[in-house]
Write a protein that binds this ligand. Structure first.
Ligand code: PLP
Length: 426
């Protein structure tokens, strides 16, 4: 256990000892007033690796040089461009390469996967999700329910947080699944809650979903590249995530999808099909009948968006080098340090300024810390901006910050705390 100390010396010493510290130089840090900003929104849009431009330019060059022949002759032939990703992503999400495919964007993938994994019947039609899920997920769930002729009000069961908090008790999720039992078609949860930063016990949730005969899927937008995932071993049926948050692959970047091994060869599974999911040997025979590739690629619709994938590749190379376990360990230290400082601010006077919405328990959080500001929320936020912090504001009074292990430092966290302290305590 590290004993944290809210001093510059401590922060600098931690940075010196940090094996991942040099990775910061591999990223462009947005400048404010000619200085590195304190960028704490890697949970919203990850920073740009300096290598990204070269990767994208390579593809532009090959397009200029080869035209359509780039599908075969580009340095990374476009025909099979997406095939580089499963091996790179597999250690990040704990999946076998054949369970992974990179395609489309997150909400699109959520829909495509629900076409396969939400097959309601009059007896079994309910979806269990967390209350106040990310809006896009709520809309996706509601429209899927309607697509099948059911009513969202009765079909979608939300698990509420504990009274007066934003903490959702894992047992409450399990109890809700058990209570609705054989009426549950699907359990679909955000693996890490976007608002509170709470990490759910995905393994347990999945186990209990399967006990009642339901499928279980996760939206991992805030989990991928943030916490250690073991999707295969947890027996998760499906999952998807975006690449522009912790995965630093650029605005609107391409999404990742996971479909468990036990489903990928099931050609009878309902899906919306496209030519890029069709058997590769026969794809260009342009035949009528769809023969799905017996991997997660069988869910692909379209040919690969190479420019966006080039950015994804640049970023995943850095993850490979840094190692997911190292990143997770440092991420927890950074957020632990931040929590320590917030406690100190709360305990300096008799007044409590900040209510931390993120669980203290290391297994229930990743990098993100969400703070409900009890006094002058908006003004505190403005003072942060004025002092070079880039953070995220959520109504009514929540500031979300995420020190991320690839480019944030302990000194960033210390400086953030100092600005906060200065405003609140004078
Ligand atoms: C960021 C986020 C999204 C965004 O969806 P896109 O399709 O990538 O625009 C959806 N769901 C969750 C839980 C998110 O955190």
């Amino acid at each position: 256990m590290t004993t944290f100390s809210n001093t510059l010396e401590f922060a600098q010493q931690q940075d010196q000892q940090d094996q991942l510290h040099h990775f910061r130089d591999r990223f462009y840090i947005p400048q404010i007033n000619g200085k590195d900003s304190i960028y704490l929104t890697g949970n919203s849009l990850g920073l740009q690796p300096k290598s990204t431009q070269d990767h994208v330019l390579d593809e532009l060059e090959d397009w200029a040089n080869y035209g359509v022949e780039g599908h075969f002759h580009a340095r990374n032939p476009w025909l099979s461009y997406h095939e580089i990703f499963p091996d790179m992503l597999s250690p990040l999400v704990g999946a076998m390469p054949e369970e992974l495919v990179v395609m489309n964007q997150l909400t699109v993938n959520l829909h495509l996967l629900m076409i396969s994994f939400y097959r309601p019947t009059p007896q079994r039609y309910k979806i269990i999700c967390e209350a106040k899920a990310f809006p896009s997920d709520q809309y996706a769930l509601q429209s899927q329910v309607r697509l099948h002729g059911f009513d969202p009000d009765t079909a979608i069961i939300e698990v509420e947080p504990l009274e007066g908090t934003s903490y959702i008790d894992n047992e409450a999720i399990l109890d809700t699944i058990r209570k609705h039992g054989d009426e549950v078609a699907l359990v679909m949860i955000g693996g890490v809650n976007y608002y509170s930063g709470q990490v759910f016990d995905m393994q347990q949730i999945c186990k209990v979903a399967h006990e009642v005969g339901a499928y279980c899927g996760f939206d991992l937008a805030h989990a991928a590249g943030n916490v250690q995932l073991e999707l295969h071993d947890w027996q998760v049926d499906f999952a998807c995530w975006c690449s522009y948050k912790y995965l630093n692959s650029g605005p609107g970047g391409v999404s990742g999808a996971f479909i468990h091994q036990r489903h990928i060869t099931d050609s009878s599974m309902m899906r919306l099909a496209g030519w890029w999911g069709h058997d590769k040997e026969n794809r260009f025979k342009m035949e009528k009948d769809f023969l799905p590739i017996p991997t997660a690629e069988g869910w692909q619709l379209s040919n690969a968006p190479v420019l966006s994938m080039a950015a994804h590749k640049a970023s995943l190379e850095i993850f490979q080098e840094a190692g997911m376990h190292n990143l997770v360990a440092k991420g927890k230290l950074l957020s632990g340090y931040l929590l320590h400082i917030l406690h100190e601010i709360n305990h300096t006077t008799s007044q409590k300024f900040i209510e931390v919405l993120t669980p203290e328990n290391e297994n229930e959080r990743g990098c993100q810390v969400s703070m409900l500001m009890l006094k002058d929320g908006k003004k505190v936020f403005e003072s942060l901006i004025q002092n070079g912090v880039i953070a995220d504001w959520r109504e009514p009074n929540v500031i979300r910050v995420a020190p991320v292990p690839l480019y944030n430092t302990f000194e960033d966290v210390f400086n953030f705390g100092k600005i906060l302290q200065h405003y609140l305590l004078g």
